[in-house]
Design a protein around this ligand. Structure first.
Ligand SMILES: Cc1ncc(COP(=O)(O)O)c(C=O)c1O
Length: 467
């Protein structure tokens, strides 16, 4: 070895490096509330400065930690309490510990026989998710890297269950508010773009069951094979929940697979209000969930649950001779047989440890708080002259715009968003709704509390008056 730390560090070296990493992280998390909600000033320069090839000889850990610590702040502070853009996550400290432990022991859990007890921990969280949505013992699920991959596996599962091998006449129904990952997944699964029917949403930005019925019937009459409808259980734009009971009834009548994209909204099922809003979701054939949204876990943690677990397996199971030593699943699951992935991280621990450590009640309380906070933000802005909030929040996303007395509303709202974000205390994003530029705030972080939302109201009001 020539300099640096050996591949297998000594006990003292391990302790020193881990201690330094934990020390950094604890301080970083402690300061998140005071850190800017975003700081991209000079970020590209920092990035350029860090561009270098891998060295032949290692450098001290402390130096590398410094490099990391220099890079982190030059970013959107996605884990901070003022980050309301897109769909925030959170980043539980307990999940970071779980990842450290999981990657440290580096056990393989894709096939249960390789680590039965660890596979059981992952199975526990999947069973918990199935129970949350009233799925019976036949249901199965997988942890994915996120909602996009969950939607992809859902489409492949529905395709395998509902269509012949030559599936190109299969048609998929979404609304104009459905997350783009569904159309992307359809394309990746081999469907031509024309096989994805984008239905105009209702004035409330929900899927229109009558439009769905008409489209399905017209396609069938034209010789196509309608097979899948995707209902949004919380759209990305406004958090609107599609009328799932009506869509489920129609899916049953027309013989369609119903997939619920609950990537954003799914875990509000833990709360009484969320459960009421998501009523009927238990009738879906499959559900996308994103623990890296509603369970405040780090990016890279998605889930898919499927009511008829056998169909998930049929779509993903493949045989290979070099895997013949692996044992068929029995008591426990072979996750790899239900998923596109064979080798992957033991992401189950990242869900299991926080659930067990904090208890589901802690998640329920935090999600309930987010529903209250979204209502607070909505009501406060609505009673402020000049603000338009055409959509009531179903969950925790609030869409708004300002109506300037004169001039171009889009230009005004773009500048308004810039001024809001320039506060450094909150960071929001925008979208286009019914052809109009609209600002949106989505409250899903466990670190966002009432004080920050009250501050946000003041920042947004001042920013609107500042022109
Ligand atoms: C409703 C919905 N579906 C799917 C996705 C995609 O999830 P991911 O970003 O985890 O791939 C998102 C992401 O925001 C979403 O809001």
């Amino acid at each position: 070895m020539t300099g640096g730390i050996p591949l297998e560090p000594s006990v003292d070296e391990m302790r020193a490096m881990a201690g330094a990493a934990v020390g950094y992280l604890v301080e970083h998390i402690g300061a998140l509330g005071d850190a800017p909600a975003a700081d991209l000033d000079g970020a590209s320069e920092t990035a350029r400065r860090l561009r270098r090839p891998a060295p032949e000889t290692g450098r001290p850990f402390g130096e590398l930690l410094e490099t990391f610590a220099e890079a982190v702040p030059k970013s959107l502070n996605t884990a901070g309490p003022g980050y309301f853009a897109f769909i925030p996550g959170g980043g539980l400290f307990s999940a970071a510990l779980a990842d450290f432990l999981a990657t440290g022991v580096n056990r393989y859990v894709g096939m249960w026989f390789a680590a039965p007890a660890l596979a059981q921990l992952e199975a526990n969280v999947l069973r918990w998710m199935c129970d949350l949505f009233g799925y019976s013992a036949e249901a199965r699920g997988i942890l994915t890297s996120g909602g996009s991959m969950s939607n992809f596996s859902a489409i492949v599962t529905a395709r395998a269950a509902m269509l012949p091998e030559d599936f190109l006449s299969g048609t998929i129904y979404v609304s104009d508010q459905t997350h783009h990952s569904v159309a992307k997944a359809a394309a990746l699964a081999g469907f031509p773009p024309a096989r994805v029917r984008v239905l105009p949403s209702t004035p409330e930005l929900r899927m229109d069951p009558e439009a769905l019925r008409r489209a399905v019937r017209a396609d069938r009459a034209a010789g196509l094979r309608p097979f899948l409808v995707v209902a949004s259980a919380g759209t990305t734009n406004t958090g609107a929940v599609d009328p799932i009971p009506e869509i489920a009834a129609l899916a049953a009548e027309e013989g369609l697979w119903l997939h619920a994209d609950a990537a954003y909204g799914g875990f509000f099922q833990l709360t009484a209000r969320g459960r009421a809003r998501l009523a009927g979701i238990e009738r879906a054939d499959s559900i996308t969930l994103d623990p890296h949204k509603g369970l405040f876990l780090p990016y890279g943690t998605g889930a898919l649950i499927v009511r008829d677990g056998a169909s998930l397996k049929r779509a993903h199971h493949h045989h290979a001779e070099y895997l013949q030593d692996l044992v068929d699943e029995g008591e426990a699951l072979n996750f790899a047989e239900y998923s596109p992935e064979l080798s992957r991280d033991f992401r189950g621990l990242r869900v299991w440890l926080p659930l067990e450590l904090h208890g589901t009640g802690a998640f329920r309380a935090s999600l309930d708080e987010k529903l209250d906070l979204a209502r607070l933000l909505h009501d406060e802005l609505r009673r402020t002259p000049g603000f338009e909030l055409p959509w009531e929040p179903d969950l925790s996303a609030v869409a708004f715009r300002y109506r300037p007395a004169s001039g171009d509303p889009e230009g005004f709202n773009r500048r308004l968003l810039d001024r809001i974000n320039a506060s450094g205390r909150i960071y929001l994003s925008s979208t286009v709704l019914r052809g109009r530029f609209t600002i949106r705030a989505c409250l899903v972080s466990h670190r966002t509390h009432r004080d920050r939302v009250e501050e946000a109201v003041e920042i947004i009001r001042r920013a609107a008056l500042g022109e």
